[in-house]
Structure formats: structure tokens, C-alpha cells
Ligand binder design. Sequence first.
Ligand code: FAD
Ligand code: UDP
Length: 399
Amino acid sequence: MMKQYDALVVGAGYAGAVTARRLAEDGGKQVLVLERRPHVAGNACDGPDGAGVLIHFYGPHIFHTNDKRVFDYLSRFTKWRRYQHKVIANLPRDNPEVVPPRKSTDGRFFFPVPFNLDSLKNAFGEQEGARLGQKLLDAYPAQSQVTILELRQNPDPEIAAIADYVYEHVFVHYTMKQWGQTPEEIDPSTTARVPVRLSRDGRYFQDAYQGMPLDGYTPMFERMLDHPNITVELGVDALGRLGLADGVIKLDGAPFNGPVIYTGQADELFGFRFGPLPYRTLDFGYETLPQDFFQSHGTVNYTVDGDFTRITEFKHLTGQEMPGVTTIMREYSRAYTGKAGEIPYYAIINPENNALYAKYAELAAQYPGLHLLGRLAEYKYYNMDAIAARALELTDKML
Ligand code: FAD
Ligand code: UDP
């Protein structure tokens, strides 16, 4: 006889795995997880490459959160390697008059990103940078950071000049590469993720809890999903098993009355009936090199030139000790077309797309047991911790 399930979870990323574990463990429910890919962990999936270097298959993932509950929950399934991500920008030197302290041999120069008081010195020289830094501190006495769009509104000519510099050297070209649009054209919350720091804090994130799962993300997910009440089927497209019509959900042809937590694309769930939701996708260029390290930092952003946005070197993130070999990855962004094999990595948040999403959400609301949860299903720019938090909140309500 076929096993009876109380709950169905579509997708085994953060949204799916946290939900499944809670319903199984705290709710005592028999949970079926269907995952289209041949592995768990969604876009956080990692594993060894051909050379044995631990890499991330869907872009660099660094865990950071201020949410103690999320951190404690995930900590049940992993130990952590303490890691604070630091990023530098790698740019062509455009001002030969200024010899930045961190100089390179090939006419390029570097500064910390988010742009901070040290970046100012790297860009403008020690003395002038220090003077401009004080000017910024005086202009924003009560703030520890300011967004580039906010900074650009400042009427003071010298601050406007700093804003122009940062805009040109950090934001406009990178954002054009990443989104095909300028910082003004994209949702302001996106560039606000990387503010201008009114301090010398050179960390990419300032959250209270930061780190990398000690043995990687995939083992953390395997442990989370390892529960007698959870059945995971990999390589299974749920859309081939699910039926949604007239307010009734069917699983394998029979009405399914338990909750369905769907973490895939909302447009796809409903056959794209109002048209596809726009996304950006990425191509990853991996390269394994016969050397200990390629670059000084986990990630180096190419904020001005190059056709890729950034290079990540995984050994910095993971702390893996492997002399004589390293793997780096370049990220190339482009429009998602929906072709087989493409992955919709980033929702393109704007009023028009949000309105289109709302139509799908409205349709989903006609199915009382159906919950859209996750970065794809909610069409939002969520970090890992935000999704884990939403999964905990949703299951609080369900239990
Ligand atoms: P996903 O991880 O996308 O999981 C959804 C799963 O559902 C997928 O495995 C998919 O295969 C499956 N699925 C979809 N449709 C179906 C179907 N029909 N049938 C069966 N299965 C289906 N966050 C951070 O906090 N820190 C970072 O450093 C960070 N870096 C990132 C870098 C990049 C390049 C990207 C794109 C994202 C990054 N994120 C980062 C965000 C992070 O990836 C997401 O927050 C997280 O993966 C969202 O989890 P999820 O479960 O919502 O979605
Ligand atoms: N950004 C930028 N230059 C940088 C870093 C970020 O212009 O050096 C902008 C860009 O628009 C990017 C956004 O800030 O899409 C958010 O950056 P983040 O690093 O958070 O992006 P993610 O890691 O999610 O791709």
C-alpha cells in the first residue's frame, strides 16, 4: 500500500527543509519532500569539485544573521566555522596622482567593499581621504552607514563628489553588469544591501552571527532532513505529481487535504497563465589552479571593468586546507529566459513585476492548504536566514 502523507513539501532548500523538519519533528506529521534536483540544499548546495576543493554549485553562500532563533535552530544540524566575509574591489587605476597604500604592480588598485573610511584613503590618499572621512562623519553624525542613493542627494559639493566617486567606482558598472540597469532603475533596497560605511569596519556583513557550516551546507541539510517522519524523493518534479484545479489539490491523482508548502516558482505552478515572472540568472565560470591561493580575499568584486561581477575563491570561505590547488569562480549575470537548465536566481523587484506576482499569489490563496514559501515562491530577494525565519514562523502557525 502506498504510504499516506500528512504534508507535502516541494523543494529541499532552506524553505522546504526547515518546514519539513518542523512538521515532522514538532508536529509528528508524515512529510513527503519532492525535490526536482538530484540533491538537497537548493541553491545553498555545496560539495567537492573534481580536484577535491569544496565549492558552492550555485554561487557563493556565506551565512549571516541577527536572528538568534534561526542561528540556534540551524546549529542543531551543524557546527560552524567562524568566518567573517571581507570583499575588496579590484579596479583599473584612473588617477596616477594618487598612490594608494594598497597598490598593485599592474596599474590596478583595491579598496574594501562596502566602501568605508579606509576605502576613502585608498582612493584619495592618506591625508585627503582622512579629511573627507571626517567630513562624512560630520555630515551623518547619528548614522553608522548611508546608502549610495542617499549620499547622492547630499547638496554639499565635496560630499557630492565623494558620492559621484563611489557611484562610479563601486555601483554603476557592477549594477549594470548584475541587473542590466542603473542603481536608480533597480529597487533601492538592492543597493542598500551594500551601503557606504561611516566607519573602518571592513566586513561585508555586520550581523551578530556569521560563519560557514563546518562540513558544508549539504551535510547540514542532510541532517535536517534525516528524520523518521520525512521521506525525500530527489529528481522528482512535483508539477508532474500535483494537480491544482477548482480549489482542490491533488497528489498523484487523489485529493490531498494536508498542507502543501511550495517553494518553487509561483508562475510555473500555475502554468505561467498570466505570463512569466522576470528573473536574472547567472553563469558560473569555475577554474581550478595549481597554486595555494589565487587572491587575498574570499570575494573580489570587479566593480568597474570585466564582463563578470566578482571572483570567489572558496578555500577562503571554507577554510579547507589543500596546498597546491585552489578553485575560483567568476559570476556572469544575464536575463533569465526559462530555457532548460537555466536557474532563476534573482527576482527583479519592481512595481510591475510585483503586480504580476500578486496575481499568482491571489490564485494560490484560492487553495486553503497551499503555502507559497521561499525566495522563488514569494518572488523576493531573501537571504538564507530570512527564509529559515519565515519557515519557522509559518510552521509556528501551522503547529
Ligand atoms: P532554493 O534554495 O531555490 O530552493 C528551492 C528548491 O525548490 C530548489 O532546490 C528547487 O530545485 C526546488 N523546486 C522548485 N520547483 C520544484 C518542483 N516543481 N518540484 C520539485 N522541486 C522544485 N544568502 C545568504 O544568506 N548569504 C549568501 O551569501 C548568499 N549568497 C547567494 C549567492 C547567490 C548567487 C544567490 C543566487 C543567492 C544567494 N543567497 C545568499 C540567497 C540564498 O540562496 C537563498 O536565500 C536560499 O537559497 C533560498 O532558499 P529557498 O528554499 O527559498 O530556495
Ligand atoms: N553592488 C554594487 N557593487 C558592489 C557590490 C554590490 O553595485 O561592489 C550592488 C549591486 O547592485 C548588487 C547589490 O549591490 O546587485 C547587492 O549586492 P550583494 O553583494 O548583496 O548581492 P548578492 O550577493 O545578493 O548577489
